[in-house]
Design a protein around this ligand. Structure first.
Ligand code: TIU
Length: 228
């Protein structure tokens, strides 16, 4: 038992540091760098850079405290057998999922674009979870991993706020986890969606979670260490 108090909205959250996991969502080259999936959809990928530093600070704090760290990657098998046609055919991207691009095939596992950005590269021993959908629970063994580790609180950061971060927090909330978004460690191609996405989580008394930030998270778990 290692209780810590995290400054958060709409209210501070007390959780057991030993039962919390940091989940870093999809900080992949495909979303953050030119030539990947994000850019094919017409987005300005530079907007996601804002989350890199705060994600790094959250990772550093979690690693120092021994907290379970999970990195997720959105992507598909090379034969695209796990990619729904509705996803492949959607919209009018400049390149579709599976098409060749400057970082390899778009959103395909094993390609350079599928890698996590160098600044946030997973360390040996950290969980790297490949997911075919937006939510980290959908068609993955995340629930098994969290259960095996006795986790009841998810600290979530990454991209994008209103898509994969939101979906994962909504999935986690419905499964009974306390879910916290680290707001400055999340980002969107649409600044307004980022802002409102965070508002949606914490409205109505925290209807499906809490919102905090990377520095508060680092302070909370470091203070917990001193008290331990
Ligand atoms: N990781 C994630 O959020 N996947 C997306 O496709 N996000 C977009 O905002 N497009």
């Amino acid at each position: 038992m290692n209780k810590v108090q995290l400054a958060a909205d709409p209210a501070p959250l007390i959780f057991d540091r030993d039962r919390a996991a940091l989940i870093v969502i999809d900080m992949q080259r495909d979303f953050l760098e030119p030539g990947g999936f994000g850019e094919t959809l017409g987005n300005d990928v530079s907007l996601l850079q804002a989350a890199v530093g705060p994600c790094g600070r959250a990772l550093e704090a979690a690693r120092a405290s021994g907290m379970l760290v999970i990195h997720t990657r959105e992507g598909h098998r090379p034969d695209l057998s796990d990619a729904p046609p509705a996803k492949i055919q959607r919209g009018v991207p400049s390149r579709r999922i599976g098409d060749p691009g400057p970082m390899g095939r778009i959103l395909v596992r094993g390609e350079p674009g599928h890698d996590i950005v160098a600044e946030l590269a997973p360390l040996a021993g950290e969980v790297v979870l490949d997911k075919p959908g937006k939510g980290a629970f959908h068609q993955t063994d995340l629930a098994q991993i969290l259960g095996n580790n006795g986790i009841d609180t998810l600290i979530v950061c990454g991209v994008t706020t209103e898509v994969c971060v939101h979906t994962t927090i909504r999935e986690g909330n419905d499964r009974g986890y306390r879910c916290v978004a680290l707001g400055d460690a999340c980002a969107s191609y649409f600044p307004e969606f980022h802002r409102v996405g965070l508002e949606m989580i914490k409205a109505q008394g925290g209807i499906f979670g809490w919102v905090s930030d990377a520095a508060s998270f680092a302070n909370a778990i470091t203070a917990g260490e001193q008290a331990a």
